[in-house]
Design a protein around this ligand. Sequence first.
Ligand SMILES: Cc1ncc(C[n+]2csc(CCOP(=O)(O)OP(=O)(O)O)c2C)c(N)n1
Ligand SMILES: [Mg+2]
Length: 655
Amino acid sequence: MNKDQLVVNAIRILAAEGVQKAKSGHPGMPMGMAPAAYALWAKEMNYNPADPNWINRDRFVLSGGHGSMLLYTLLHLFGYPMTIEDLKNFRQFGSKTAGHPEVEVEGIETSTGPLGQGIANAVGMAIAEKHLAAIFNREGFPVVDHYTYCFLGDGDMMEGISHECCSLAGTLGLNKLIAVYDDNEISIEGDTDIAFREDVAARFRAYGWNVIDVKEGNCWRQVDHALAIAKKSDKPTLIVNHTIIGYGSPKAGMASAHGEPLGEENLAATKKALEWPCEEPFAVPAEVYETTAETIRAGAEKQAKWNELLAEYAKAYPELKAEFDRWMNGETVGDLAADPEMWAFENAEATRASSGTTIQRLAARIPNLFGGSADLAPSNKTYMKGKGDFSAETPEGQNMHFGVREIAMSAICNGIYLHGGLLPFCGTFFVFSDYMKNAMRMSALMKLPVVYVLTHDSIGVGEDGPTHQPIEQLAGLRAVPGLTVFRPADSREVAAGWIGALKADGPTALVLTRQNLPLYEKSGMDALKGAYIISDCDKATPDVLLMASGSEVEQCVAAQKLLKDEGIAARVISVPSFELFDAQSEEYKESVMPKAVRARVAVEAASTMSWYKYVGLDGKVIGLDHFGTSAPYKVLFKEFGFTAENVAATAKSVL
Ligand SMILES: Cc1ncc(C[n+]2csc(CCOP(=O)(O)OP(=O)(O)O)c2C)c(N)n1
Ligand SMILES: [Mg+2]
């Protein structure tokens, strides 16, 4: 057997062994896609396992994360720190080799698992590459010049997100994005015929992609040939790779090869069919490593060459090189809190408007801020004036037009951040965060500081009615570990929210109003403590605590006055962020919400459930545990009890 084919079979066997040992996992996809993986990893892709973070490496995303053993096997064979021991520990507690790939592992570009997220991440990476190339490359100095590759399967193709992101990729002419479709006509329930009969090639041509059909996906040379052609395309490329799931095993072509171990007998039969020379599990002939060593060596040389190019670039364009380093090392965000202009607000205004003002100020200071909205920029106030539009023709522009594609937008932002060099944000109406939720969860899981600008945050939306009025979204997002939900009460809290978001080590959801809100005297940086006293009473120990986020702080402050007239001392606490407050010291928390004061009222025009941990058994929550209705917002606030009078009356009821 020739040496290339031996490596192809090594991928198949190791993947199948890993699944067999774990007694769970997905052998079929790695076995079918092994030739494509070999063509890409051995012959076409630029990377250097000695430096997995090389900025100009080609990116590889495995969108169908269930095929994780393919990726782990590739990392092992091509020189990354992934040992045979790691492969043996597939899916075990504390191992590197989780059921689905996780970004923390060197050589893995993104966590994947929810089908379709990966291809959208890849689109984000290709967008980042195109923008950075436009900013930094100069004649003879292509310092940013790499491809983004993605393997995706039938499941990814069926998911709507793949439509959204691939349509956008076509529009944006992302010619350095190359996707290889594992067209094996099988998913879990059987032949894809049962649910999926579209002409995928025609679909992608309609998006504006270059489509290449590989008839014999089992031949790595055919795939390699297609990849080489794809690299020259002026459009994104889809390689439709006709494969056989579980190739080489008695389960080849069957749905049962998708997601269960082959079984010892079938594994032995597979080894025989593939003429695999080793009987012992996880044994690999030395020749395999000799072959991959050539690629590893070539990868190191490629990076060394690029390093030389960069050194020449530094001589020719020293200022640009310094800027390049700042972007790539995440050094573009200065001490914003110390900058008085960030805090300069005068009038009552909607927090979405304050966010719009803040974005202009940030864009003037942070050159690598990059983002936009899902066709709602005028409402979300996300447009960075004077910073141009990112498009196929103007890749230097900083404003993204995601189109009406919330699901892809958020996953694309994850990809943009993961690429490195840019600080992405995206906006839509808060209620449509439901569409983005899975990617927001992935931002949190991967600790990516993507900023979500979510406006029209409550029944304050008014006349658009209940489909547009968020109720349960705050509680839902607060339940996501690692996601900071920040609902500011005024302009200065908005500035604080943005400043915190850009320094955070995870995503932030800025939840902003459509309607005007007052500007409080004491608001500001304290908002980053998550909760703080925005208006106190005269008594050292208040009679009652009134707490709220965002727009409902206003009713609490008004209620405080009514209560004062009756001799009741109420403290008003603005609570823009549960997560930030919960992270404060016990002393600070006690200074804001003294345990001794059990008379507590929380007010938020949303589902009540998240507030009980602060109001306790003796407190009450004024919220909304039902949908809203279409009417002017002032009428809705009154009808649903968000008035100073009701807050004051409720406060008295808990005294
Ligand atoms: C969003 C999402 N829905 C469902 C799943 C569960 N799931 C994992 S793989 C799979 C079938 C995928 O089929 P295909 O992409 O054709 O993979 P193959 O069987 O060819 O390996 C499903 C439904 C998932 N991982 N993500
Ligand atoms: Mg399939």
